[in-house]
Ligand binder design. Structure first.
Ligand SMILES: Nc1ncnc2c1ncn2[C@@H]1O[C@H](COP(=O)(O)OP(=O)(O)OP(=O)(O)O)[C@@H](O)[C@H]1O
Length: 288
């Protein structure tokens, strides 16, 4: 991964990624669905930038556009100042689904595959790099295992190792832990933060969990319901998992809730806690 020294984010002000007035649409023969409306934000090198908003507000669509799979209807996406015109090895996505690993390849072969397919490295160097990143995610001992023998959390670790091994300029994660059980999800958040401390990559992370956004992000962009517009951008540096449960953490969660849903009671009031709430389809889910 292209790493950023601890102090670089503070001294380097040039954004790595610029999303500039981006509107995104899905067009079918019969209709046009506007997913986002003039969304703008900058991601600095070393940021853990989180897109947070209700289901359907266009978070995944934005991530797909940054990855180069969708072209904006209006606005522009730039990486290091250059317009994004399609997918590239400088932006790698980790998805939520566990089935993103070809089952006929071993764990090591899975991590090597994009390195070989993109001709980034030869076979021997690719194998070395794969083992290096598998070690970073604690899976070196499973290098020769097949994906079906791994748990959901282990599969996601392989997907993260595979993405990091490509050393992209920015790692894109679309609800990567949403399908995991609560304990595994928390452990994966912890491991991702530890990995970031070690490698200092730049991360764009999508979630609909307020708690997860505050734990993972140093900056959080709040998007309004469909079509997504920027509602606010918050500085959430300095929380992490250690801050969970502190009064400052809870106050931030409540503030975000209020910004997103000014008319509904904050979590913990009206008989609803921050976890396990029953919410409408357009509301946020708090499933950590
Ligand atoms: N392939 C598609 N064709 C047409 N409309 C789509 C398509 N994919 C998404 N949409 C619509 O675009 C809007 C944004 O969807 P998107 O998946 O980006 O939201 P999201 O914020 O990531 O939601 P969630 O948290 O539920 O994943 C929604 O109204 C959705 O129905």
């Amino acid at each position: 991964m292209r790493s950023v020294p601890a102090s670089a984010a503070a001294v380097t002000t040039a954004p790595l990624l610029q999303v500039d007035g981006v509107s995104l649409e899905y067009r079918t023969a019969r209709s046009v669905v506007r997913a986002t409306h003039r969304v703008g934000f900058d991601v600095l090198p070393g940021d853990r930038f989180v897109l947070l908003g209700p289901s359907g507000c266009g978070k995944s669509t934005l991530l797909k556009a940054v990855a180069g799979f969708l072209t904006p209807r209006d606005g522009e996406i730039r990486l290091e100042g250059k317009p994004v015109h399609g997918p590239g090895p400088d932006r790698i996505v980790v998805f939520q689904e566990f089935d993103q690993l070809p089952p006929w390849k071993t764990v090591k072969q899975n991590v090597m595959f994009p390195l070989l397919a993109s001709r980034t490295l030869g076979r021997r160097e690719a194998a070395e790099r794969a083992l290096h990143y598998l070690d970073k995610v604690g899976l070196a001992a499973f290098a020769d295992a097949y994906p079906h023998t791994l748990s959901g959390g282990m599969k996601q670790r392989v997907a993260i190792a595979r993405a990091l091994a490509m050393q992209p300029k920015i790692l894109l994660m679309d609800e990567p832990f949403a399908a995991l059980d609560a304990l595994t999800r928390r452990r994966m958040q912890e491991e991702l933060l530890a990995l970031w401390e070690e490698v200092r990559f730049t991360l764009l992370f999508v979630t609909h969990s307020i708690e997860e956004a505050v734990v993972i992000g140093n900056r959080v962009l709040l998007l309004s319901p469909h079509p997504g517009r920027v509602r606010a951008e918050l500085d959430t540096a300095g929380f992490g998992l250690a801050g969970l449960g502190s009064s400052r953490f809870q106050a931030t969660v409540q503030r975000i809730h209020h910004l997103l849903f000014p008319d509904s009671p904050p979590p913990g009031q009206g008989g609803e806690g921050a976890e396990g709430r029953t919410l409408s389809p357009t509301d946020l889910r708090f499933a950590i």
